[in-house]
Design a protein around this ligand. Structure first.
Ligand code: FES
Length: 159
């Protein structure tokens, strides 16, 4: 979908900017918002590119850098840290062969650290795209990654 089609669908109104940016990111092919799209959007909506980049930098779900098809956000805030998020980070890095901030060579996964996801009751926790995974262990992480690589975003049975 083009930027103008997205604006047309959502409505050319400042209130819809976040949804429009989500759609642009989803349609980008690399889970990011390209500079050309920002310029085009600014013209169409009659706002400045600084307004748009300001919004993008405020929300961590947006990126101007290319990312994998699936975004893994591992919580590293104190409650998750105490419950072993460092071991989960090790398990993720080993399983994916990448470090925090990197994307797998097949562009399937990008690994990021996150502050509290609001799911401390199931620490240690992570989000993959829109799905929360809690009470993580190294074994669970491996199953989750295998399941997503095979079936897309879908929780394996019992997780
Ligand atoms: S501290 Fe990790 S989800 Fe809240």
């Amino acid at each position: 979908m083009t930027v103008s089609e997205i604006v047309e669908k959502r409505g050319n109104n400042r209130e819809n900017l976040l949804q429009i940016l989500h759609d642009i990111q989803d349609s980008s092919g690399d889970n990011s918002i390209h500079r050309e799209a920002i310029g085009e959007l600014a013209k169409i909506m009659d706002i400045t590119t600084a307004d748009i980049t300001g919004t993008l930098s405020f929300y961590t779900m947006f990126s101007m850098e290319p990312r994998g098809r699936h975004l893994i956000r591992l919580c590293d805030s104190p409650p998750c840290y105490i419950m072993g998020s460092e071991n989960i980070l090790d398990a993720l890095q080993k399983k994916l062969g990448i470090k925090i901030g990197e994307t797998t060579p097949d562009k399937a996964f990008t690994l990021e650290a996150s502050s509290c996801l609001g799911t401390c009751g199931v620490a240690p926790a992570m989000m993959i795209d829109d799905e929360v995974y809690g009470n993580l262990t190294a074994d669970k992480v491996s199953k989750i990654i295998d399941s997503i690589a095979k079936d897309g975003v879908k929780k394996p049975e019992g997780i």
